[in-house]
Design a protein around this ligand. Structure first.
Ligand code: SAH
Length: 214
């Protein structure tokens, strides 16, 4: 299928999966209409790229459901002046969405192979405001901190302290917190030294693991 066959699927995804569930930020909607999700899934799954569910990528990981990517991106409260740290590059799809709605995206992935693959796809597709690190994202990425927002795309049993420390005041951390099977998507706002927590919805992510894989 060429580029033109995917365009109606992309529009249908936005109308049926995002707008009906309350995604309303124009920048987020616009980014979803522009990013070719089919580039971020393996060839065998390309016909399913715009369906309403996650899909497998390499190394037993998943590309998140479009709605979850949209919700997290919206909750991060980004605009063209803001920086965002993404933990869990995975396929690079959310990285692409964030690249269109923020000034700079810093993305950390623990599996080197996945990061390298995502970097190739993103670079070939022309996304330039992204910086990549291979590392354990539960430690954040100190070098570029503090961030306006941090999005964690893997589930944590508790909120890693370095992430709170690397958030600006009034910065937002979006993170699934809970057990191995189900979690609660949390929006954490840092107001100076005080932390505000808001539970958004239940969700299911692969686990945030320690250490790195070459
Ligand atoms: N946003 C991605 C989600 C991929 S799944 C997408 O839609 O494609 C979650 C990713 O988090 C996996 O690639 C996994 O390897 C990565 N991950 C898990 N624990 C991590 C950690 N501590 N640091 C960095 N990445 C981690």
């Amino acid at each position: 299928m060429d580029h033109y066959h995917y365009e109606p699927l992309r529009k249908r995804m936005v109308d049926q999966q995002l707008k009906t569930r309350g995604i309303e930020n124009d920048n987020v909607i616009d980014a979803f209409l522009r990013v070719p999700r089919e580039l971020f899934v393996d060839n065998t799954y390309r016909n399913l790229a715009y369906e309403d569910h996650p899909l497998p990528i390499d190394q037993d990981q998943t590309i998140s459901q479009p709605y979850m990517v949209a919700l997290m991106s919206e909750l991060a409260g980004l605009d063209q002046t803001k920086s965002v740290l993404e933990i869990g590059t995975g396929s690079g799809y959310q990285t692409a969405i964030l690249s269109l709605i923020a000034k700079t995206v810093y993305t950390v992935e623990r599996i080197k192979f996945l990061q390298a693959k995502a970097k190739i796809v993103l670079t070939e597709a022309g996304y330039t405001n992204i910086q990549y690190a291979h590392g354990d994202g539960s430690l954040g990425w100190e070098e570029h901190a503090p961030y306006d927002a941090i999005i964690v795309t893997a589930a944590a049993s508790e909120i890693p302290k370095p992430l709170l420390d690397q958030l600006k005041s009034l910065g937002r951390l979006v993170i699934p917190v809970g057990g191995s099977y189900f979690q609660t998507l949390m929006l954490i706002t840092r107001v100076d030294d005080h932390i505000e927590r808001q539970a958004i919805c239940s969700c299911r992510f692969v686990p945030l693991l320690h250490g790195t894989i070459e």
